[in-house]
Design a protein around this ligand. Sequence first.
Ligand code: PHE
Length: 356
Amino acid sequence: MSTSDLGQLESQLLKDIAAATDLAALDGVRVGALGKSGSVSGLMAQIGKQPPESRKAFGAAINAVKSAVQAALDERKASLEAAAVDARLASERADVTLPVRLGPLGEGRIHPVSQVFDEVAEIFADMGFSVAEGPDIETDDLNFTRLNIPPEHPARQEHDTFYLNHSGEGARMLLRTHTSPVQIRTMMSQKPPIRIIAPGRVYRCDSDQTHTPMFHQIEGLVIDETTHMGHLKWVLEEFAKAFFEVDDVKMRFRASHFPFTEPSMEVDIDAAAIGKPGRWLEILGSGMVHPNVIRNCGLDPERYQGFAFGMGLDRIAMLKYGIPDLRDMFAADLRWMRHYGFNALDLPTISGGAAG
Ligand code: PHE
């Protein structure tokens, strides 16, 4: 091949490169010239077949063509890429004034029990409580005995307990009937001062419009050296105001009995808090932790004291959000979830109101 033929090949290739209007076309030109069976590659293969005296000059000429073509390819590629980015930016320009499209996030729903737990946790976190947890399957010892409910105590009958099959050896296991065993677990594993809430599922063999065999409670426990009933009242009042999003909640503390608290009180709120004045609504059980319970956890009741409370999460969710039937909470009915469920982005915060 003569020098002028080479020159012609080069100028043809440079023309083709300049004419390529997109990256795919440009790559076609590259393959046609520098690919395995490309025109320039073919010439490279002939270098060795040249007579020795002209081999060097021939090789140099072809390499010059190759470099020129390669440089032109690189340059064209860079400019086509830049043009492609410009075109994409122009076509995909975001109109930030459009409303947010939630996609699947907007379809999903947070169950009212989860939402209410988040609200409660947010309120107590603000008062310095942390969240503790315990297992659904408990020992008889933690669910009853250490809570000052010894075997044969009548309170055991009231709980309608689900027992697990018992082989006759080892501890008798059951589905916890309340979240109070988390009090025990916490006192046995942490040093006072203790300030926890413990949410979870609890189980009782019971079913009608206001009872389901599984429901949710939230336990509270404070243990310190000077904690007294005034603290209990204050904490519960602050909680009720924040939770029901009202400036004032009238509360009634009724004397009651739980084996693990002394004294014990059931707490009612004036239904004015949910816009229905003239009725009292029971929301929780509470009391000062019984010295026996503190002792059962290896702490000295002469030194430590405190309060505990246990609240039905489902119940306060129903009160706050006007849900009529407890059983619907666990029916997994999508229509119900669409109606009573919460948007995934509706995170509860104190500043935004508990419901966000
Ligand atoms: N565990 C009690 C119940 O399930 C509630 C409670 C908790 C009462 C803590 C007092 C203190 O009914």
